[in-house]
Design a binder for this molecule. Structure first.
Ligand code: GAP
Length: 529
């Protein structure tokens, strides 16, 4: 295996197009940026909102029909980012949401220890000498790190996790208590690296004027807990009955140690999470249902089925709350030919509600009257009826990243085509394209700008479109290709006589004449799905 080239990523062309065309900018760029934070530009926010709206529509407004042919009940929620800090004690995030880290006392840099296991170690002359995990094999002190590394390595490529070979070798030594001999990757002398220790990923802040321990609070690391905190409110104030779901889209924050791969892993990101509450006796059925329903959703975004796989978690990589988890993984440019995590569908059992019941004292039990009647009808014993009709629901949780979905849609759309002037075009599924059409006068005379403006005014009432009278028509097509507009509409010399325009199709660059009177319906039909 060749040593990976330093400082390049297969994502680079996408990152640079995103900057050039206003999809995603580095946050605080004029101050040199801030690692792990990104801003969504004019096109990026449109794309992100399109994906978010599609998720919301498919989950809350028009949820799928259930496995028994019964329509699902799912309600929405928008909970606070900051909650009572006891929330995170109950959820396990205060005690357990951490990564093993190593600090360098000289460079003041911090490295994530478990990722190092994935890296291939190269000697100084570039020859491969083994992986960190094999070098450490049999060393009891690193067992826990190996377990974490196995979890992190699933579907991830070297590129996601690779670090300098010297670092790998440093950690072999650290793990063997030989750190005094080791020079850290950014240090000038040996002995500056600490042993691995746990580092909590939650961002802390203070609520109120006094910055004391009592005022400490956290930015949420997942939207899910806001849902669990409101489970009882929703049951008590709405007509939902078991099974039902609560969905939420919103920002989450994790002080990731190694934010990387553009918006794949950032410190501020958005999640789209559904908590599906159900009778524990039916949780297996719902787990299978959501697994398939979520894969179907990703396909509905226009993602190539060959780029998506399911990957079941092995027992030793399950989160503390989960009995069963399957990931939907995507073949990212930086993981290919392997896959990396996109969404997790977790069977959380009754873990969260039980934890919140114990920590808050609020009763989370659900009385299932329909089940009670059914069991009685089926002739169950009074004890069985009593025992089975009151329960703390189980939860199936399809949890995905909205900003990660944006990355997938960008990667999927990015299409190299040396035969067109832009050299590349963004093949968004028309429904999700941030800009649906460019409207151009062929030249800026003979009434063409006036006619094109009139068409633009009419179309912008029903779709995002841009009027562009500047530069040659070829350059305007090239720009629209780069921003992924599926249609370009050109008013030319014939428009005045035949009352038609030329519609150019982004993907095959074909052109056809369409009557101005039929244009709106023509485009809307092609944007519908
Ligand atoms: N409530 C469960 C939960 O949060 P998770 O696997 O930690 O589970 C769910 O996160 C999804 O959120 C991930 O599959 C990923 O798409 C997204 N996600 C997690 N951490 C992220 C990060 N640092 N940057 C971008 N997206 C992230």
């Amino acid at each position: 295996m060749a040593k990976p080239p330093a400082n390049t990523s297969p994502l680079d062309p996408i990152v640079s197009l995103c900057k050039k065309r206003g999809f995603v900018y580095p946050a605080s760029e004029i101050y040199g940026g801030i690692n792990g934070f990104w801003d969504y530009g004019p096109l990026g926010v449109l794309l992100k909102n399109n994906i978010r709206d599609h998720w919301w529509r498919c989950m809350v407004e028009c949820p799928p029909i259930g496995p028994d042919g019964v329509p699902l009940q799912i309600v929405g929620l928008d909970s606070s980012i900051i909650q009572n800090p006891k929330t995170w004690e109950a959820s396990g995030h205060v005690g357990g949401f951490s990564d093993p880290m190593v600090d360098c006392t000289e460079s003041k840099r911090r490295y994530r220890a478990d990722h190092l296991f994935l890296a291939t170690a190269f000697a100084n002359d570039g020859t491969e000498i083994g992986t960190f995990s094999t070098l450490c094999e049999g060393d009891e002190a690193v067992d826990d790190l190996i377990r974490r590394a196995k979890k992190a390595s699933k579907g991830k490529s070297l590129d996601d996790t690779a670090i300098r070979a010297e670092t790998v070798l440093c950690y072999v030594d650290i793990a063997r208590d030989l750190q005094e001999k080791v020079i850290g990757p950014d240090a000038s002398k040996p002995g500056t690296l600490t042993k691995p220790r746990e580092f909590n990923l939650m961002f802390q802040t203070y609520v109120g004027a006094i910055q004391s321990d009592d005022a400490k609070a956290y930015l949420r690391p997942e939207t899910a807990q806001g849902i669990f905190l409101n489970y009882k409110n929703v049951v008590d104030t709405t007509r939902v009955k078991m099974p039902f779901g609560i969905a939420q889209v919103g920002k989450s924050f994790r002080n990731e140690v190694t934010p990387r791969n553009f918006i794949f892993r950032s410190r501020e990101f958005e999640q789209m999470e559904l908590e599906w509450f159900c009778d524990p006796d039916e949780s297996g059925k719902w787990y299978d249902f959501w697994k398939q329903a979520r894969m179907d959703w990703w396909l509905s975004l226009g993602v190539d089925p060959d780029n998506l796989i399911f990957r079941d978690h092995e027992d030793d990589e399950l989160s503390h709350y989960s009995n069963m988890t399957v990931d939907i993984e995507y073949k990212y440019p930086f993981t290919a030919p392997e896959y990396g995590e996109l969404e997790g569908i977790a069977h959380r059992g009754c873990f969260d509600l039980t934890q919140h019941q114990e920590h808050s004292g609020a009763k989370m039990e659900y009385f299932d009257q329909e089940k009670q009647l059914r069991l009685k009808d089926e002739g169950a014993s009074p004890e069985e009826v009593k025992e089975k009709s009151r329960y703390i629901p189980n939860v199936i949780e399809p949890a995905s990243g909205l900003t990660r979905a944006v990355l997938v849609v960008l990667c999927e759309a990015y299409t190299v085509d040396p035969d067109r002037p832009s050299g590349v075009y963004m093949k968004f599924k028309p429904k999700f394209a941030p800009i649906k059409a460019g409207i151009f006068p062929l030249v800026n005379k003979d009434g063409m700008p006036e006619k094109a403006t009139e068409i633009y005014r009419e179309l912008r009432e029903v779709m995002t479109c841009e009027y562009d009278p500047k530069q040659s028509i070829g350059k305007r097509y090239a720009r629209m290709d780069e921003i992924g507009a599926p249609f370009c509409v050109t008013v030319d010399g014939d428009t005045a006589t035949d009352d038609s325009v030329t519609v150019r199709h982004r993907d095959d660059q074909s052109q056809e004449r369409v009557k101005v009177a039929e244009l709106k319906a023509y485009l809307l039909e092609r944007l519908a799905d």
